[in-house]
Design a protein around this ligand. Sequence first.
Ligand SMILES: [Zn+2]
Length: 151
Amino acid sequence: MEEMTDVPNTDDAYCISCGHIIKKEAEICPHCGVRQKENVPDNSKSRTGEMILGIIGGLIGIIAGIFAISVGGIAGAFGMQDASLVVGGGFGAILLGIIGIVGGAIANKNNKYAGYLMLISGIFGFIAVSAFWIISGLILIIGGALALREK
Ligand SMILES: [Zn+2]
């Protein structure tokens, strides 16, 4: 009745073959020698780097969009031409920043969609707010290219 008296701790798991309580980190059960496939995390296809790039690039893009709206608003207050274009581009940049963040957020679920979203965000941001987009655009394009790369 060994199994009944052994209380599993939070770092314990049951062997997928014999049911013995074993360490969650154990790759091979010490009782029956069966490899614990479920317990081996597949980090080889992890897209955490792309996720971080998409979220940071998108956040900087949103800040750039807010900045462009502010600049456009000030320019408009001084009666400068094209000020409304800058404001409109700023709103576009905020939208594209959100798209970049969404792309980063799904990088681990679907790297292809994530890559396309980040690339779309990274490239079209330059059209929206040109120079304001340089930092986030570079981050998003690098993140998108990495996400599309097969592992
Ligand atoms: Zn076992």
